[in-house]
Design a protein around this ligand. Structure first.
Ligand SMILES: CCCC/C=C/CC(=O)SCCNC(=O)CCNC(=O)[C@H](O)C(C)(C)COP(=O)(O)OP(=O)(O)OC[C@H]1O[C@@H](n2cnc3c(N)ncnc32)[C@H](O)[C@@H]1OP(=O)(O)O
Length: 411
């Protein structure tokens, strides 16, 4: 049936463009040129609120023009999504009777629009702009060489970002250094998250290459002191930390951690900002802040007591107790633990199924949950970052870092 509908949608698009069935398209709806996905967008009299939350009318119109420039047909599912978001943004919730069972193409269109429910016009407009932006960027990148089945979305040095099956995967790629996070890596992860938030994927995954998920902050970050001195270094690091954690707080799509091995420090604390945490039974979870003369970050001073209760949170964050995967699961930090032998296969089968769920429903559900305490999380992040700025100047912290490099002390 899907194949039939797919062929009909292609046919609808061609007929619509040829103008033979303008009636198949509501007035003002963009149409598709045959053979490619350029949309012929008639002059639109959009009466869209000027007080746009998110995308403005201009953004919306630009997005429609952008669709005309796409080099590849985005596929029927995406075209139906574009149609539905266009209708929701311009007319609001679906307001027409459901077409008859044999009127397949209009029924598919009606269902796509109706699935958006009471999504506000402004949100539909924003989602339309985001979807087109993702299509445009992947259309541009797809005009370059396609290296392999996975579409590499951008070239980074410390992470590998790929997108396939509705999933954008960001993989930490410094296995020789246990995926310790350098300043460049923080920046590249933020860039990758920004790109993932705008592409056409449904969910985003963060994982590690090699035997470690991540050993947390790269302690060499504290050794390259700029000419302005240690105070400036501490200040810049606090800004970097606040921006890095902020990108997890604000990430709009379902975010999944695939913890492929031991995790240390900030790679553990930001897990409280993910929507799912799947771990191999080889993983451990260690936040040795006091050992390092430091203090909690990643909003963990707020999220961990919420997740696991104040006593268990204190044992991790204050006293540095390392958890096994089973203990992290029992304390609510990990969603599910898998045997290492079947971890990747089980997790990716599960995630591919999740990525087929209605994209807007997933995204809106995530945003409803996160919106309850986004302001609180940003306030906690700011507080934790400013306290760490002071801690990094302390002798306790400097001694701990020197001990690590003098190989006196490993965690
Ligand atoms: C600006 C934002 C700041 C945000 C602040 C966040 C706070 C934190 O994240 S605190 C946590 C910091 N992390 C650590 O303290 C871990 C330090 N590493 C270790 O204790 C051990 O390496 C570890 C137990 C993780 C693994 O031990 P081994 O299995 O024995 O491996 P190696 O120690 O031989 O590691 C291989 C190689 O990688 C280097 N390495 C590992 N982790 C780090 C790290 N965090 N920073 C810098 N370098 C790291 C290690 O030195 C080895 O290097 P080579 O000797 O050159 O091979």
């Amino acid at each position: 049936m899907a194949g039939v509908v797919g062929r009909l949608i292609r046919c609808w698009c061609r007929r619509a463009v040829a103008g033979r069935s303008r009636s198949a398209l509501p007035s003002g709806h963009p149409a598709l040129h045959p053979g490619c996905c350029s949309l012929k967008v008639p002059a639109l009299q959009l009466h869209v609120s000027k007080t746009a939350m998110g995308a403005s009318q201009k953004d919306f119109e630009n997005a429609m023009n952008q669709v005309k420039l796409l080099k590849e047909d985005p596929g029927n599912e995406v075209k139906l999504k574009l149609y539905a978001l266009y209708k929701q943004a311009t007319e609001g919730p679906c307001n027409t009777p459901k077409p008859g069972v044999f009127d397949l193409i209009n029924k598919a269109k009606w269902e796509a629009w109706n699935a958006l429910g009471s999504l506000p016009k402004e949100t539909a407009r924003q989602n339309y702009v985001d979807l087109v932006s993702g299509l445009s960027s992947s259309s541009d990148s797809s005009s370059q060489a396609k290296p392999e089945a996975d579409r590499k979305q951008a070239e980074y040095e410390t992470v590998v970002m790929t997108s396939e099956d509705g999933i954008t995967k960001i993989m930490l790629n410094r296995p020789a250094k246990k995926n310790a996070l350098t300043e460049q890596m923080y920046q590249e992860i933020m860039l990758a998250l920004e790109a993932a938030s705008k592409d056409d994927s449904t969910i985003t995954v963060l994982t590690g290459n090699g035997d470690y998920y991540s050993s947390g902050n790269d302690l060499t970050n504290f050794t390259n002191i700029p000419p302005e001195g240690v105070e400036a270094k501490a200040k810049n690091s606090a800004i970097l930390l606040r921006n890095f954690v902020g990108s997890f707080i604000d990430f709009p799509k379902p975010l999944v951690a695939v913890v492929n091995g031991p995790a240390v420090g900030i790679s553990v604390t930001v897990l409280g900002l993910f929507d799912l945490v799947y771990a191999t039974d080889r993983a451990t979870f260690h936040t040795p802040f006091s050992h390092l003369g430091q203090t909690p970050e990643g909003c963990s001073s707020y999220t961990f007591p919420k997740i696991m209760g104040p006593a268990k949170a204190a044992e991790m964050l204050i006293f540095g107790k390392k958890l096994t995967a089973g203990e992290a699961y029992a304390q609510g930090l990990v969603t599910e633990v898998f045997p290492d032998s079947t971890f990747q296969k089980e997790v990716w089968t599960r995630l591919k199924a999740y990525s087929k769920l209605p994209q807007n429903a997933l995204r809106i559900s995530k945003q409803i949950i996160r919106s309850q305490e986004k302001e609180k999380l940003h306030a906690v992040n700011a507080k934790e970052s400013s306290i760490l700025q002071e801690r990094w100047l302390s002798s306790e912290c400097m001694n701990a870092i020197m001990n690590f490099f003098s190989q006196k002390a490993k965690l």
